[in-house]
Design a protein around this ligand. Structure first.
Ligand code: ADP
Ligand code: MG
Length: 326
């Protein structure tokens, strides 16, 4: 869209951008120029959202804008990095003014909420897809990886898992909307469409975490990645998993509800491990957080187990959420 491309950028993206100290040259030239604050390292990540794959085709444009940045910010949090700036690659089927307006609203609401500045990008015509390359700062050597979990470490999880996955099943009518109360339904759609990257966790992760990961593909898979990288095992206490009441009431006797919570994905919560000695300090700091922080288990030498209260089940057992029926 050579003709209107710069128009789109000017109208929807360039005009809302601020000028932080470290931004030497922003949108409008061939590339942006950034001067990292002294003593800081740059942490970079990129996530793409493709229509029909990462979000249903009729998703509200503001939600797409919000979520595209939120999922990237969540990766930065998992590294203990302070979100700073991002680049946006936007592929659009047409120059839809109304859609762009709402998309930019959601995007810049997220950018303001997370303290991030748009410094550049690319705009072209094609099937709807959004890629964001996001960047943050850490003090030198202050980043946290997936690799540091040690035997005996406690496993912590922010927020709640399973809400977004439940919203998708409601959307697809795999679960009858009449079976789920209105308040739970509303919470689940908020979790799906407006995930909250857990920025207030950054100081806690910096201070205490031995390893951390962002939960985007489901706790089971992402905990698995952390354990692979840490060469360790885990025992999860199924009764402590932070689930909404609807899922919790079905988790005891039905594998399906647990499968949805553990494998459904789209949670954008943070899982981190920390030495047992840090537990009192983490509990104290958790009081001030605007979301729950739950100790859900511990790191072991090997194996991946979930204790249901009655028996131990391998985490790999929980799959099959595709066949979830209310
Ligand atoms: P080029 O011809 O080098 O690809 P563009 O015309 O695509 O340059 O981009 C011009 C300027 O606008 C650049 O600074 C680029 O980073 C910025 N830009 C392009 N698309 C976007 C976008 N969707 N959001 C923010 N900045 C953008
Ligand atoms: Mg370009």
């Amino acid at each position: 869209m050579a003709g209107s491309e710069f128009d789109i950028i000017r109208r929807h993206f360039a005009r809302r951008v601020g000028a932080p100290e470290w931004l030497k040259l922003g949108i409008g030239d061939d590339a942006a120029v950034i001067q990292p604050p002294s003593g800081r390292q740059l942490v970079s990540t990129l996530d793409a959202l493709i229509s029909g794959r990462h979000f249903p085709e009729n998703t509200e444009a503001a939600s797409i804008g919000w979520k595209a940045l939120a999922v990237n910010a969540s990766d930065l949090v998992a590294m203990a990095a302070e979100p700073a700036f991002f680049l946006l690659s936007l592929s659009l089927p047409e120059d839809d003014e109304h859609w762009l307006e709402r998309f930019a609203d959601g995007l810049f609401r997220a950018a303001n909420a997370f303290g991030m500045t748009l410094v550049g990008g690319d705009t072209c015509r094609g099937p709807l897809s959004i890629s964001i390359q996001a960047n943050g700062w850490v003090e030198e050597g202050g980043f946290v990886t997936r690799a540091g979990a040690r035997i005996g470490d406690r496993i912590w999880l922010s927020g709640r898992i399973g809400d977004a996955a439940l919203a998708l099943r409601l959307l697809w009518r795999e679960i009858d909307p009449q079976d789920v109360d209105a308040a739970t339904t509303a919470d689940c759609f908020t979790a799906l469409n407006y995930p909250q990257p857990r920025l207030p966790l950054i100081p806690l992760i910096k201070a205490h975490a031995s390893a951390a990961i962002d939960i985007s593909d489901g706790l089971s898979a992402d905990l698995g990645h952390l354990l692979d990288q840490s060469a360790a095992g885990a025992l999860i206490d199924g009764q402590r998993l932070p689930l909404n009441d609807w899922l919790r009431s079905r988790a005891g006797d039905r594998d399906d509800a647990l499968s949805l919570a553990l494998c459904g994905g789209d949670d954008y919560e943070i899982l981190f491990t920390a030495p047992a000695e840090a537990t009192p300090a983490i509990r104290a700091a958790a009081q001030a957080l605007p979301f729950a922080l739950t100790e859900i288990g511990r790191i072991t030498e090997a194996g991946r187990w979930l204790d249901t209260g009655e028996r131990r089940v391998e985490l790999d057992h929980y799959r099959g959420y595709d066949h979830f029926k209310g």
